[in-house]
Design a protein around this ligand. Structure first.
Ligand code: FES
Ligand code: FES
Length: 151
């Protein structure tokens, strides 16, 4: 099996796996980074969202051999700063219910805010991340307040 060196959360990881392995499985199974969740496996639900080169990407649709030297950030990387404004807002507004979709929600929003996306771009991106618990109204309130604070 081929070997890959990935840069994840500013650390280098060596993994050996089949070339067609989705990045999601490398993160979860090879590296134990289980904060990134599996939902649909088809790029639809968004719960596997991570950052690649600072952009929100669905890790279930990326093959490990296509990552190259692009830096990856997972929810564990974002959580290295527990004072991150998104985490604080999520806690203040008690956004989460079961929590399963929340890494994808937070990683999607973080990428959009870091890119200074327009409000429409933020809303479009967030609309594409599904929540079976229906926390959308609390997510929207959090997004409203964070967008207003212009992070
Ligand atoms: S598990 Fe990747 S988009 Fe649903
Ligand atoms: S909080 Fe349960 S799926 Fe979103």
């Amino acid at each position: 099996m081929p070997k890959y060196t990935l840069t994840i959360n500013q650390k280098k990881f060596n993994v050996q796996t089949d070339a067609g392995t989705p990045l999601l499985w490398v993160l979860r199974d090879n590296l134990g980074l289980t904060g990134t969740k599996y939902g649909c496996g088809e790029g639809i639900c968004g719960c596997c969202t991570i950052h690649v080169d600072g952009k929100a990407e669905r890790s279930c649709t990326l093959n490990v051999e296509d990552i190259g030297e692009s830096p990856i950030t997972t929810i564990e990387g974002l959580a290295e700063n527990p004072d991150h404004p998104i985490f604080k807002k999520w806690i203040d507004l008690e956004v989460s219910q079961c929590g399963y979709c929340q890494p994808g929600q937070i990683m999607t929003l973080a990428a959009m805010l870091e890119q200074n996306a327009s409000r429409k771009e933020i809303d479009d991106a967030m609309d594409s991340v599904l929540c079976r618990c229906g926390t959308y109204h609390r997510i929207k309130k959090a997004v409203d307040e964070l967008a207003e604070e212009k992070l």
